[in-house]
Design a protein. Sequence first.
Lengths: 463, 255
Amino acid sequence: MKKTFRFYFALFFAKCTALLLKLIGRKGTSMPGSWAIILCPDFIGRITKPKKIIGITGTNGKTTVANMLEDILTQNNIPFFCNRSGSNVNTGIASALIANSNLLGHPKQDLAVLELDERSAPKLYPYLQPDILICTNIFRDSCKRNAHAEFILSILNQEIPKGTKLVLNGDDPLCSSICPENDRVYFSIDHLDTDKTVCENIVNDAPICPNCSGPLTHDVVRYHHIGRVHCTRCGYCSPEADYLATDIDLSAMTMTVKSGETQSTYSLPNSSTINIYNTLAVISGLLEFGLTPEQIRVPLQTLHISETRYMETETPNGKKIILHLAKAQNPIACSRAFENVRNAPGRKSVLLLLDDRHDAMHTVESKAWLYDTDFEFLNDDSIVQLILVGARHYDTYLRALLADIPENRITHMRNERDAVSALDAHADTIFILYEIHSISLSEEIRQSILDSAWAKGEKPAGD
Amino acid sequence: MKIEILFPEVCNLFGDLGNIRYLEKVLPQAEFCSTPLCGDVRFVREKVDLVYLGAMTEQTQERVIQKLMPLRDDISKEIDGGTVFLFTGNALEIFGDYIENEDGSRIDGLGLYRLHAKRDRQNRHNSAFLGEFDGNAVMGIKTQFSISYTPDDSTGLFKVVKGVGLNRDASTEGIRVHNFFGTYLLGPLLVQNPPFMRYLLRLIGAENTPLAFEKEADEAYAVRLEEYRDEAFVAEKAPESNKLPIPKLPIRFKH
């Protein structure tokens, strides 16, 4: 696409906006990109793109994958720019391109790492062709925005450029079926000790064969529809992995990745199944980009999952406060978080900060997602207390009761801040499960808990 | 008592199988039969007290229509005979006349009542709904790609109090033909609306059955209703993606 006067005006205006925002101390806003697209709707198509673009998309894990990938590139002193501090929709991508271009619209770096919102595909891919696109997985997400997994798959199939090389999750029958004509590699996990043959989750988004619509047999189930499948009707089966994770050792926190004749052992920054997949996606993507196993292995040894997603704090009396992102409206992200909480050691209190105040303010509030979410994971003897807060606490309480969680373990209240005084002294750990718009509230509550008797006082007798 | 859930492996979107989980708690003695898409539908060959079908994807709608079309006459007899059906989300379009795609092409439904739906996958409709049924309030949310139309409101299920009915001009939401209840309302409907749940239980012969967690369900309903009835409550807001932090400029450029 040619650069027009309209494009240059939009670029100049957006750069002035960015400068103004910087002067007043605002960061990470997509406003410059919003302006650019208002003034020049095909702005992303007209601005000169860097020589190489690595894109990361998918329903869950794309921010974690993008952050890890960027950290490894940084540690290898490879120059790039990204949209880490901005949004992953078209306005955020435009903002990242503007911030990293000169006044003529030429990029300052040759490489971009862009987290790309899957729902925004029609507004992105007509204008921007990633060289490598990592797709973590495809699930149902917010029903209001993303409708259902089939809809997301259909827009990705329609919009992803034919020349983009795909790095796909081979253990996800939906993700691995994207754009069958594109060049692709698959990553997969060989075996986990927690492998099952029956799905214990409410949601299974891949019950039928993507090829013939016949019933799909799940040979290995990791979570929801993630695992290995085959179709007895047409012979479809999960694809062979190009990058296969083997020998996953959660005590040493390592895994081996085999690719053809070569294999290397890497550190795992986190032991949850979804983060093993995320790490594998990062390794596969970077090997495809051309990094050597050594260039990935060394930075991975010191890598952590972003603190805005997971953070542990030890209290003065030796207890733990764990902040864990769960994402309201997204039943899979919440179910994953609930399972992580169940599997964590010790006696736990769980505070759900998932009442979507942002949602209620800006669009239509929905609680339907609660019934796609596995509250049943929270019905475990190790979870001594479940605290439900917010405007819809009665609805969430009813959902928890329907999961057979004993009434005497549930505390519910309108005011989120009152949760601190309600904490069960017998719990060793408090998990604060929060959603993206309650990050500051979760931090405020964490501080209050740190100052509370729960964190400073003596442990109850008999503990 | 027998309750048949049609195709739950594929007709399970938007948490709507929560309706069935609630029914299982309320009616622990009842037999709940799940019929997969590749299985044989029971209600046309044996007595079933309640037939449930939940929301599904657009491709699944077409598979379900294909599956049920050969049973059209039997289903028609069941509806006329008073069998109780509860269809939620876009399931209600299956028994209508047709579904129209964005390009004008049509998918024939079973034609059991006069209703047609128009799909618009570029613009998803999201709204909250407050209505009235049998003298009680009914609440839920709507999230859908299609909008339905009927010749008039005579087959409407819920009277619109706040929000959007079957379409923007309709004074009713959903469809009722004998004991067939179809609604776009999600929630799940039965969990969020104890009065409607009690009505349905009466209809299937379980009128004296208390609801599971009755006090808690009534409490949640009352709190929600107070908010929905508040003048400040807005049932439909502009999609977030349309909200920009700054106003558009009245500037026009040539390419």
